[in-house]
Design a protein around this ligand. Structure first.
Ligand SMILES: [Zn+2]
Length: 360
């Protein structure tokens, strides 16, 4: 079969004797036709080629430290259902927490015993401290009581003080009273940590807007990965559930990919994954427009898979561990798997890792 292929700055065209398919690119993207290399037809997949592209695309601010919540009346919502968790709280100090190894660093640098040893950072009512994957807030003055187990937790909270990274306990879970999703954990009688993947904090005067769950989860994870990579030069991550189990090993390859799903492909994919209603809305929203993404390699560790690799990563100090509710770890795995399935089969894996894109 003879295929005529042409590249224009704003479109790609494939012509055969029977048909002509044209792929229009979004306005923000321009191709350099003369840079086209490696054109080949891969049976079962289609045409592969490499060429230079220019994108006039400025991704929105990617900071997780959402400064616009500072000094404003803010409301905390459950991301899944919109239930108000904390109403109208003025946050005067919105500050990043030091990294988990800060104690060790102080030990290295101080010639006297670490003055901060066994002292933890407990936010005051107008504080919001920001960790890798969570917000730390004071819940003392709020009428909102996360759940009946709160009273039980108080009995062992003293043992927990002085350590923000807690060994999770079943009865420290903070659960949305409306949709029963786990939002965070109580750290002490006054301090609660809410996971970034479960909570939306925004100025009170704004209405809560529902973001499809999978879209929210992947953009939060992508932003966390980018932020940690730039601030700590960490590229490898273990995604760990609040139950302490490792669910996924993630390797960030790059942060500047742009993915364009053509409408046609999206429809095709949508038909084939109707069994996962969680992911459907996402496809509709994305089709056609360019999207900033991070490219990752991953391996699942559920059901004791890849145990050896997981334990070597866990013992490697250059690997950063991110803790999320276990259900969210599984959601993330589903999102990665779905992204992996949309790639041509020859591009789906690298060595023993799977390839996926997370959209910001
Ligand atoms: Zn909820």
């Amino acid at each position: 079969m003879c295929v005529d292929f042409s590249v224009m700055p704003s479109s790609l065209q494939v012509k055969t004797t029977e048909s002509c398919t044209e792929l229009q690119l979004p306005r923000e993207v321009r191709l350099e036709p003369s840079s086209c290399r490696g054109l080949q037809f891969v049976p079962g997949e289609g045409l592969h080629l490499r060429l230079k592209a220019h994108a006039e695309f400025s991704p929105k601010s990617i900071s997780v430290f959402n400064q616009n919540i500072q000094a404003q009346e803010c409301t905390f919502y459950c991301q899944s259902c919109g239930e108000i968790i904390i109403r109208d709280r003025k946050l005067l100090r919105v500050l990043p927490l030091p990294s988990e190894n800060w104690g060790a660093l102080v030990g290295e640098w101080c010639c006297h015993p670490d003055p901060f040893a066994n002292k933890s950072l407990h936010p005051q009512v107008s504080d919001c401290f920001i960790g890798d994957s969570f917000f730390l807030v004071n819940l003392r003055s709020d009428l909102w009581q996360p759940m009946p187990e709160l009273a039980l937790m108080e009995t062992h909270c003293h043992a927990l003080e002085g350590d923000i990274k807690l060994k999770p306990k079943a009865n420290t879970k903070v659960i949305c009273k409306r949709c029963k999703v786990m939002l965070g954990e109580t750290v002490s009688s006054e301090t609660t940590r809410f996971y970034m993947t479960e909570i939306i904090i925004q100025p009170s005067e704004r209405d809560f807007s529902i973001i499809p769950r999978s879209q929210f989860v992947q953009s939060v994870i992508a932003r966390i990965l980018v932020e940690l990579t730039s601030s700590r030069s960490t590229f490898r991550f273990t995604i760990q559930g609040h139950d302490g189990k490792v669910y996924i090993l993630l390797w960030l390859l790059n942060c500047d990919s742009l993915v364009i799903d053509s409408l046609k492909n999206s429809r095709k994919i949508q038909r084939s994954i109707q069994k996962f209603p969680l992911l459907e809305d996402l496809l509709k929203a994305d089709a056609g427009s360019p999207c900033s993404t991070v490219k990752v390699l991953y391996v699942p560790c559920i059901k004791n898979r890849n145990e050896k690799l997981a334990s070597s990563w866990e013992n490697d100090i250059s690997v950063h561990s991110l803790t999320l509710p276990s259900a969210t770890c599984l959601e993330l795995l589903l999102i990665l798997t779905r992204s992996n399935f949309t790639l041509p089969s020859s591009l789906r894996s690298m060595d023993s890792f799977q390839v996926a894109f997370l959209k910001m």
